[in-house]
Write a protein that binds this ligand. Structure first.
Ligand SMILES: Cc1cc2nc3c(=O)[nH]c(=O)nc-3n(C[C@H](O)[C@H](O)[C@H](O)COP(=O)(O)OP(=O)(O)OC[C@H]3O[C@@H](n4cnc5c(N)ncnc54)[C@H](O)[C@@H]3O)c2cc1C
Length: 285
């Protein structure tokens, strides 16, 4: 099979227009699926040589909220090494540090994790809680060739996204939470290393003086077809301190609303219990 390495945006969209051409980033998902015969491709179009798709830059300032533009082909290792990711997005950094193994993090990219749209994709719960948006690029000239969507609208189901034919994910935009926001990520798997999430939780909480929760954003992985939010549990926490009583009430609401699945890794009952229990950890924040 041919692997093509376009060097400009124009070449990229030209090669992608070939029948059966597929986007290749790190290949850690796609090559596994191609080798197993679950998917096919007539040619692979690598994003590796297109500079505008890689790297991390700051956005906003002067009245606009500060944020980061995370280029789609930035690897998990590169993201983890960035000081602003570590300092300002610790829950994303925690998720990245538990994703796969060092070789997978060296090859795998944020764009690949996002476009695979797995219910167990480790970066997705933190990005969803942070209110990330995706930047999509297509062959249309200049500005008209770019559109932005909330990540929550981009992922439409397990393995499904809103990518139009011929479109690529160019970047993920993440707002940087200001002072007063607390972040937490935890993943439960069947073992400590190289584990697919059985349940994960990303929690982003803004507290006021005295420790009262003013805003809560909770996002679970691996308990539904896509990342799952529970506004009812968020509402239980708002206006309260992060006591075991408040968290226990929120955990009960989670268990009542979540609809997880049985699979080879865990039963639905186990997932339901753990999805609630993970909230209790927030007492330590
Ligand atoms: C041993 C092993 C362990 C793993 N462990 C984990 C884990 O713990 N947690 C986890 O979340 N994942 C895990 N994965 C899955 C995988 O490594 C990640 O999802 C990774 O981030 C995929 O990125 P990639 O660059 O390799 O994507 P690729 O395999 O190159 O691409 C994946 C899919 O996305 C499409 N695509 C990629 N980039 C773009 C783009 N910019 N625009 C449009 N489409 C695009 C491709 O066409 C393909 O369909 C594991 C995989 C392996 C093999």
């Amino acid at each position: 099979m041919n692997v093509l390495f376009p060097r400009t945006r124009a070449e990229l969209f030209q090669t992608l227009a070939e029948p059966g051409a597929r986007v290749l980033a790190g290949g850690t998902d796609l090559l596994v699926r191609l080798r197993s015969g679950r998917e096919t491709a007539a040619a692979l179009v690598s994003l590796d040589k297109i500079p505008e798709l890689r790297g991390i830059s700051e956005t906003g300032g002067e009245g606009l909220g500060r944020g980061l533009r995370l280029g789609a082909t930035t690897t998990h290792t590169e993201l983890l090494a960035h000081p602003l990711v570590r300092a300002r997005l610790p829950m994303l950094a925690q998720a990245l540090s538990e994703l796969g193994s060092p070789p997978i993090r060296n090859m795998g990219t944020l764009g690949g994790n996002t476009c695979t749209a797995s219910p167990a994709g480790d970066t997705l719960p933190p990005l969803m809680a942070l209110g990330a948006e995706v930047e999509l690029a297509s062959a249309r000239p200049h500005g008209a060739g770019t559109r932005r969507l909330p990540l929550a609208e981009f992922i439409t189901g397990p393995g499904r996204t809103a990518l139009a034919p011929g479109e690529v994910l160019a970047a993920v935009h993440v707002p940087l939470p200001g002072a007063g926001w607390m972040q937490h990520f935890e993943k439960v798997g069947r073992r400590n290393a190289l584990a697919v999430a059985v349940v994960s939780l990303a929690a982003l909480l803004r507290t006021e003086r005295g420790g009262t929760v003013a805003e809560a954003r909770l996002a679970w992985g691996s308990v539904g077809p896509t990342v799952w939010r529970c506004p009812e549990a968020e509402a239980v926490l708002v206006g309260r301190r992060l006591s075991l009583t408040a968290l226990g009430e929120a955990a009960a609401v989670v268990r009542a609303h979540v609809k997880p699945m049985d699979d080879v890794r865990a039963s639905a009952d186990y997932r339901r219990t753990v999805a609630g229990n993970l909230l209790l950890r927030l007492v330590a924040l």
